[in-house]
Design a protein around this ligand. Structure first.
Ligand code: TRP
Length: 447
């Protein structure tokens, strides 16, 4: 138990879980996926996905984690020893490492952009120039590898120090600050000329654009943003004390996470349309438009610097949670010391991240993969960030619904006197709605 640790307080837990959830998924991924999938209609489906799929799965992961006090592999083994279920945990461990690889590359971009802001590179910048700066930045192989390495080292350093001291301290101070800066950006963006067109794109659904792809994108984004489907929340739940309220914790985390994502959209889309830019530019979207917004603010250099620094911290609290899953696995199951486990997984992630780092123009093969005509990073993002997480969430629902059984899960959720008024809805969702919806959306991809 010594090397596992426990959360210091309930607020600490919610903030750390929200710290895992809130990150590049909200501020980088949500706007670009929304832009690629037609805007408001996607947002609507996303919100529904958070409520009917995300919240129930999060509660299921919390319950599994706290009931077993184990990593994902250990948790499935503890409840159904001798069965193949622990492979669900393995899938999570692998998915965690894979997401960590491309996620750290984007996180590296935020570090690079901190320096660019400080260096005054974005002063008075217009959109064409911002796009050029971004292009030349991501196609510079050594710069990409350098920032990737710096970011992963930061993550490794914090995870190697362990739970309460390591995670909570950072989450408590930085997240509220990020929120304040975002509110200021919101005001700037909404008052730009032509902002209404952006609001329309963001808020007025065009139902003619509905198709299977939009559903997978929304579902994948819901899981990605809430850090579900690979055992992150399960692992975080495993550090939780008996007396905490799992239901309200899950509700808080989902609400805070959605708030930040929706807010990011309100910043990005009005600004984009006011600059006559296309919303479907892919992963570079926010890195091109944000410098333009900063250049139009008094003190923009400092705003830009503060924003990208806080975004890097938000990304850090997420990569910490990604790395924590394979590390917890090695500590619990293989009895490795925390330091050794952290460094080993971190190094493996670094090597596996190189193709993503070189896929922005650095190496032609990774930038434009043969046959797929996609860059490696986007491919990895879709494969692990959408499909693997959806499969993971599906397996968690089946496991909790039919193997562990919802009655036992409910026992875990309410055994400390917590009242769970929506228990029936939750059971319905875990047993029927989640498995069916996820299956339909996944299968529909092949047609
Ligand atoms: N949710 C984080 C974000 O939105 C990223 C993340 C952290 C994550 N841990 C995860 C995504 C586990 C999927 C699974 O930035």
């Amino acid at each position: 138990m010594a090397s596992r640790g426990k959360w210091g307080s309930k607020v600490g837990f919610i903030l750390a879980a929200a710290g895992s959830a809130i990150g590049l998924g909200n501020i980088w991924r949500f706007p670009y996926i929304t832009g690629n999938n037609g805007g408001a209609l996607f947002v609507l489906i996303y919100i529904v996905a958070i409520i009917v799929l995300g919240l129930p799965i999060m509660l299921a992961e919390f319950a599994l984690g706290r009931a077993t006090a184990k990593n994902p592999v250990g948790a499935f083994n503890a409840i159904r020893p001798g069965t193949k279920w622990h492979f669900t945990g393995f899938l999570g461990v692998i998915t965690g490492v894979m997401i960590l690889t491309f996620y750290s590359v984007i996180a590296g971009w935020t570090l690079g952009y901190c320096l660019k802001c400080l260096g005054g590179q974005f002063k008075g910048i217009v959109r064409e120039k911002a796009a050029l700066v971004f292009q030349s930045f991501i196609s510079d192989s050594w710069v990409q590898i350098l920032w990737l390495a710096v970011f992963l080292l930061l993550t490794i350093y914090i995870v190697s120090k362990g739970i309460s001291g390591g995670l909570e301290k950072y989450a408590k101070v930085m997240m509220p600050l990020l929120f304040v800066i975002m509110l200021l950006l919101l005001i700037r963006s909404l008052t730009l000329p032509g902002a209404e067109k952006g609001l329309q794109f963001y808020l007025k659904p065009d139902f003619s654009k509905i198709n299977g792809r939009v559903f997978l994108a929304a579902m994948g984004q819901a899981f990605f943003s809430l850090s579900l489907g690979m055992g992150t929340m399960l692992t975080y739940g495993s550090y939780l004390k008996r007396k905490e309220n799992l239901v309200s914790s899950a509700a808080w985390v989902a609400a805070l996470d959605s708030l930040i994502a929706i807010l990011a959209g309100f910043i990005i889309f009005p600004a984009l349309f006011s600059q006559n830019m296309m919303p479907d530019q892919g992963p570079g979207l926010v890195f091109v438009i944000l410098p333009v917004i900063f250049s139009q603010m008094p003190g923009g250099v400092w705003f830009g610097f503060a924003f990208f620094t806080l975004l890097a911290v938000a990304a850090l609290t997420s990569t910490i949670s990604l790395l924590e899953v394979p590390v917890a696995f090695l500590i619990d199951e293989k009895k490795w010391p925390r330091r050794k486990a952290t460094w080993l997984v971190g190094m493996v992630a670094f090597v596996l991240a190189v193709p993503s780092a070189l896929s922005g123009g650095g190496v032609r093969f990774f930038t434009n993969l043969p046959i797929l005509h996609k860059d490696f990073l986007s491919l990895w993002d879709k494969l692990w960030g959408n499909i693997a997480l959806s499969i993971g969430a599906f397996l968690v629902a089946i496991f909790v619904g039919y193997v562990w059984k919802t009655a036992n899960a409910l026992d875990e959720i309410t055994n400390n006197g917590v009242k769970f008024r929506l228990a029936k809805c939750w059971v319905l969702s875990i047993k029927y709605v989640c498995p069916l919806l996820i299956l339909i959306v996944l299968i529909s991809q092949f047609f």
